[in-house]
Design a protein around this ligand. Structure first.
Ligand code: SAH
Length: 248
């Protein structure tokens, strides 16, 4: 067993907030993380849009930035390219291996670990200036516990960016039925509607964990927008949205 396998096994044993079925789902696509027209293409398309929003709120140069549920490192690499000292954690070991290899090939210095946010919080409290936890909370049984761990991981006044899908009928129509079954943008079975989180619920978890909510933005679909990404920032949070929170 290598050290990642050991820490992975230890994490799963110690941490009840990991769904093996979800981890396997993402592991299955690990080799395709960097295929921009593959099963994870919507994350590639949405990446410049969410980076734009993040950079409207924080200057990343020389900041210690953590990406929770980093997958193959699509967002983590964008942080490193923006000058951040970036760390990524994910419980899918194959994805972390892909992330490491891709960063290495692209001469980016990024630390990747097979770990949960909860475990890292015990080891590195108050270590980060900025945390992103995007498109991940809907894949864990207890999203509030992940948010709580993010609060522990941040320095006072540190910023957290959370994104997820809204438990709104439109998110079911567009995020599940259209994206998975009609347009085949993402693999069937990626999302379960019941795990989606309403903005008011996410804001509640965030405040409960000791954050103030600073801003919220929707991510909208604009098929004929003419720009490179078919997504854009919007006030409408019915489908996919992000919350910016500051640790008190
Ligand atoms: N945040 C990335 C990837 C989103 S996909 C992005 O937006 O580009 C969701 C990721 O969460 C997957 O890589 C999956 O392996 C990871 N994940 C699911 N449960 C997790 C947990 N409990 N701890 C850490 N990562 C987890």
């Amino acid at each position: 067993m290598n050290s990642d396998s050991q820490s992975n096994a230890a994490n799963q044993a110690n941490n009840h907030n990991v769904l093996d079925s979800e981890i396997q789902k993402f592991s299955q696509h690990a080799a395709n993380w960097w295929d921009e027209s593959g099963p994870l293409k919507t994350l590639h398309q949405v990446n410049p849009v969410r980076m734009d929003w993040i950079q409207q709120h924080v200057e990343l140069t020389n900041k210690k930035v953590l990406d929770v549920g980093c997958g193959g490192g699509i967002l983590t690499e964008a942080f490193a390219k923006a000058g951040a000292d970036a760390v990524g954690v994910d419980m899918a070991e194959q994805s972390v291996q892909v992330a490491r290899a891709h960063a290495h090939e692209n001469l980016l210095s990024i630390e990747y670990c097979v770990q949960t946010a909860e475990q890292l919080a015990l080891e590195r409290p108050a270590a980060f200036d900025v945390i992103a936890c995007m498109e991940m909370l809907e894949h864990v049984p207890d999203p509030a516990a992940v948010i709580q761990a993010c609060a522990q991981l941040l320095k006072p006044q540190g910023l957290a960016f959370f994104s997820t899908l809204n438990r709104h009928p439109l998110a079911f129509g567009l995020g599940v039925v259209a994206a998975e079954y009609v347009l085949n943008w993402i693999p069937k079975g990626t999302h379960q509607y019941s795990t989606f989180i309403k903005p008011s619920e996410l804001a509640g978890f965030v405040r409960q964990a000791g954050f103030d909510v600073l801003a919220i933005s929707g991510i909208g679909y604009q098929p004929f927008g003419g720009s490179k990404s078919p997504f854009k920032l919007t006030k409408n949070t019915d489908v996919n949205y992000m919350i910016l929170a500051r640790k008190r």
